[in-house]
Design a protein around this ligand. Structure first.
Ligand code: ATP
Ligand code: MG
Length: 170
């Protein structure tokens, strides 16, 4: 069986990693789509598709998970055709794991079996919360895999987020 998991991964965190670890152990192959792949350098979408790809692939390599394939997906800004757009980029999948209600609905309407994975420590393991903590100099490192800390350091991600939060008025 081949499964699909979709996210923006801004950044990839321990909640995503826990779901993917469980799902990858249950299926033959898992396809991960990096959604809104064209977005970067925005407060809500600070990291490029390539940076997010690196975060995910290094974390999976550290965990010795080898049956995951990553596919970046551009936005089409039309929910009604989004599933066909995703289908045009990935190999066939039998089941879609989604916690986001819109993602679940769109795949269900196209006839896919959808499964809702459990949430892991959602108060801390949340992209929005991690971006907020990075900006406020609070602990965010414990919410992401070690490889993600290393990638964000390498690309000076903390400085990038802080620069994005600045304005050009005093
Ligand atoms: P943001 O706050 O930026 O939306 P996010 O943490 O929701 O970030 P996404 O990339 O939007 O991350 O989520 C991808 C998928 O992972 C979604 O289906 C989301 O519901 C799910 N998810 C997010 N956090 C967790 C978690 N702690 N445990 C399990 N699944 C999660
Ligand atoms: Mg989300």
């Amino acid at each position: 069986m081949r499964a699909l998991y979709v996210g923006r991964f801004q950044p990839y965190h321990r909640g995503h990693h826990a779901v993917i670890t469980e799902v990858a152990a249950e299926v033959e192959e898992l396809i991960i789509c990096i959604g809104s792949s064209q977005r970067s350098h925005e407060l809500d979408n600070p990291f490029t598709a390539g940076e997010r790809y690196l975060m995910i692939s290094k974390s999976l390599r550290d965990a010795n998970i080898l049956n995951v394939y990553i596919v970046p997906v551009l936005d089409v800004n039309r929910n009604a055709v989004w599933v066909s757009h995703v289908e045009s980029l990935i190999p066939p999948v039998d089941v879609v794991y989604a916690h986001n209600p819109l993602t679940e609905r769109l795949f269900k309407e196209r006839g896919y079996e959808t499964r809702v994975p459990p949430l892991f420590n959602r108060t801390e393991y949340s992209g929005s919360e991690i971006r907020r903590r990075i900006l406020k100099n609070k602990d965010w490192e414990s919410s992401v895999p070690d490889a993600v800390v290393a990638v964000i350091k390498e690309i000076e991600g903390v400085k990038r987020l802080k620069d994005l939060a600045r304005t050009d008025t005093e």
